[in-house]
Design a protein around this ligand. Sequence first.
Ligand code: NI
Length: 227
Amino acid sequence: MLVCVPDVLSKAEVAEFRAVMDAAAWEDGRSTAGAQSAMVKKNQQLPPNSETTRQLGERIVKALAACPLFVSAAIPRHIFPPLFNRYTVGQHFGVHVDNAVRGDHLSGMRIRTDLSVTLFLSEPDEYDGGELIVEDYYGSHQVKLPAGHLVLYPASSLHTVTPVTRGARVASFFWLQSMIRDDHARSLIFDLDTAIQGLVARLDRNDADVVRLTGIYHNLIRYWAEV
Ligand code: NI
């Protein structure tokens, strides 16, 4: 399941991020790649342990917590400290699957990567190419979102970033471990939550059937959750 979450960062926040990032030193993106993905990865990255990366990353994690759609779709347990990358003309990331487990040297955090996240920090008209392509059971999905919006997709899926042919594609990317490990189970819970929110908008939250459905929502989480 791919889920797009709009307006995680405001345009003013994106501009502030970009100003800080433009002034920072970038390094070869292969420093965080696994053996296979290092062979197909050609981009730049902010050093993962730099003060700039950490501070911007913390702001993103805070913004995510305030975003009901993100929380509903991801049901996050642990969010890996966000990283930042940039693809300039000719750069791309060939087909790969993200590493299953990620360790963070500074915090000692180690997570199973259930979901991958790309938070776009360039507007689509700033660059050509640079589409994120995610493959799932239903085929290939091409994603290019406005700055400040993000896409969540299963970290188990093959994905690629196509070559940039004009401008620069700047983004934050990170992974998370969900309380609900199984992608299908998580999708069911998300669909149920979305339907309940739709009913709540039309009916009283205390309507007997809304209450029953809300109970089922919580009981499915109770049944599946790892906390
Ligand atoms: Ni990847």
